[in-house]
Ligand binder design. Structure first.
Ligand code: AMP
Ligand code: TRP
Length: 326
C-alpha cells in the first residue's frame, strides 16, 4: 500500500504547470487502488524562505487551498493541510538536520537557482529547504510523491537522509518514489526554454480571466519557420503549446499535428486559448464559490490538520525514541 504526500508553496497564483505537473497526478493517485493515505499540503514554511509580504501571505495560503479544492481534491479522501499548522514538520526537520551533511545541500540546483534570483535573501531556511521537504514526506512515512521534474533532486535527497536514518537508528523508512507524468515540465510562454513559474507573464494562472488567457497565449513566443510540429530542440515554443493542448484536450500530439498541418501559428493559438478558457471555466466557478465561503474551507483544513497531527505525533514518537530522545 502506498502513502501519498505532496505540497505546493503559496508563493503566488497556481499556474497550468502546477496543475499539469502536480495536481492532476494528485487527483489520479487519490482515486487509484492500493493507496492508504493521501495528504496534500500548502507548504507555507517553505514559502517564507523567499521574499514575501506577511500581510498578503494568509490570503495566498487560502488562494492555494481553494485552488486545490476547485481542481478536485476531495477532502473526504485526502487530508488537506497547512504545513505550519502541524508543528511536527519542523520538529522532524530539526532531527533530520542532525544527520544531514551540509555538503548534500549546498550543491543542489534549486538552492543555487534561488540564490541567483534573490542574492540578498541568503538565509539558513533556503539552504535547509530540502531537509524540511524530506521531513514533510518522512513524517507520514510516505512512499509516493507526485511532483514536477524540478523536484527530483529533493526526492533523491529525501532517500539519502532516510537511508542514513535507517542505518544509524534502525529500519524506519521505506524508499520514497517520485510520481511523474507527461506534464512534469511545462515551459514558460515567454521563454520556452525555462519552466513555467509563478512570476510575471510567463504562466497562465488557474484564476486568469478568459481575456487574460487569450492575450497571454497570443503573446506566447513561437519559433522560426511555419510548420506546426513537435520538436523540443528546434521548436520549444510550439512544442510547449502542443503539450498543453494535448494534456487539456486529451488529443494525441500526432493528431494535433495533422489537424494543424498547413495552418498558421495564429490558428493554433486561437484554438488553444479556447481550450484553456473552457478547461478553466468550471475550476474558476468552484474557486470563486470557495473564496466566498472561507468558513467552509477553514473547517476542512482544521479537521484535516487534527488528523494529520495524530499520524505525525505517532510517527515522531517512534523516531525520537530511536534517536535516544524517548
Ligand atoms: P512550486 O510552485 O514550485 O511550489 O511547485 C509546486 C509543484 O508544481 C511541484 O510539484 C512542482 O514540481 C510543480 N511544478 C512547478 N512548476 C512546474 C512546471 N513548469 N511544470 C510542471 N510542474 C511544475
Ligand atoms: N519543494 C516543493 C516545490 O517547490 C514543495 C514541497 C515542499 C513539496 N514539501 C514537499 C513537494 C513535499 C512534495 C512533497 O514545489
Amino acid at each position: 500500500m502506498n502513502k501519498i504526500f505532496s505540497g505546493i508553496r503559496p508563493s503566488g497564483k497556481l499556474h497550468l504547470g502546477n496543475y499539469l505537473g502536480a495536481i492532476k497526478n494528485w487527483l489520479a493517485l487519490s482515486e487509484a487502488e492500493g493507496i492508504d493515505q493521501t495528504i496534500f499540503a500548502v507548504v507555507d514554511l517553505h514559502g517564507i524562505t523567499t521574499p514575501y509580504d506577511p500581510k498578503k501571505f494568509p490570503d495566498q495560503v487560502m488562494d492555494t487551498v481553494c485552488d486545490y479544492l476547485a481542481a478536485g481534491v476531495d477532502p473526504d479522501k485526502s487530508l488537506l493541510i497547512r504545513q505550519s499548522h502541524v508543528p511536527q514538520h519542523t520538529e522532524l526537520a530539526w532531527l533530520l538536520n542532525t544527520i544531514t551533511p551540509v555538503s548534500w545541500l549546498d550543491r543542489l540546483p534549486t538552492y543555487k537557482e534561488k540564490l541567483e534570483q534573490t542574492p540578498k535573501y541568503h538565509n539558513m531556511g533556503l539552504l535547509d529547504y530540502p531537509v524540511l521537504m524530506a521531513a514533510d514526506i518522512l513524517l507520514y512515512k510516505s512512499t509516493l510523491v507526485p511532483v514536477g521534474e524540478d523536484q527530483l533532486p529533493h526526492i533523491d535527497l529525501t532517500n539519502e537522509i532516510a537511508k542514513r536514518f535507517n542505518s544509524t537508528f534502525g529500519n524506519t523508512f521505506e524508499p520514497v518514489k517520485p510520481y511523474l507524468t507527461e506534464g512534469a515540465r511545462i515551459m514558460s510562454l515567454q521563454e520556452p526554454t525555462k519552466k513555467m513559474s509563478k512570476t510575471g507573464d510567463d504562466g497562465i494562472a488557474l484564476s486568469d480571466s478568459p481575456d487574460t488567457i487569450r492575450e497571454k497565449i497570443k503573446k506566447a513566443a513561437t519559433d522560426s519557420g511555419k510548420e506546426i510540429k513537435y520538436d523540443e530542440q528546434n521548436k520549444p515554443g510550439i512544442s510547449n503549446l502542443l503539450t498543453i493542448y494535448h494534456l487539456l484536450s486529451n488529443k494525441e500530439i500526432s493528431v494535433l499535428e495533422s489537424q494543424y498541418a498547413g495552418k498558421s501559428y495564429v490558428e493554433l493559438k486561437n484554438d488553444l486559448a479556447e481550450v484553456v478558457v473552457n478547461f478553466l471555466k468550471p475550476h474558476q466557478e468552484k474557486y470563486n464559490d470557495l473564496r466566498d465561503n472561507p468558513d467552509k474551507v477553514l473547517k476542512i483544513l482544521e479537521a484535516s490538520e487534527q488528523k494529520a497531527r495524530e499520524i505525525a505525533e505517532k510517527n515522531l514518537k517512534e523516531i525520537k525514541q530511536k534517536m535516544g530522545l524517548g
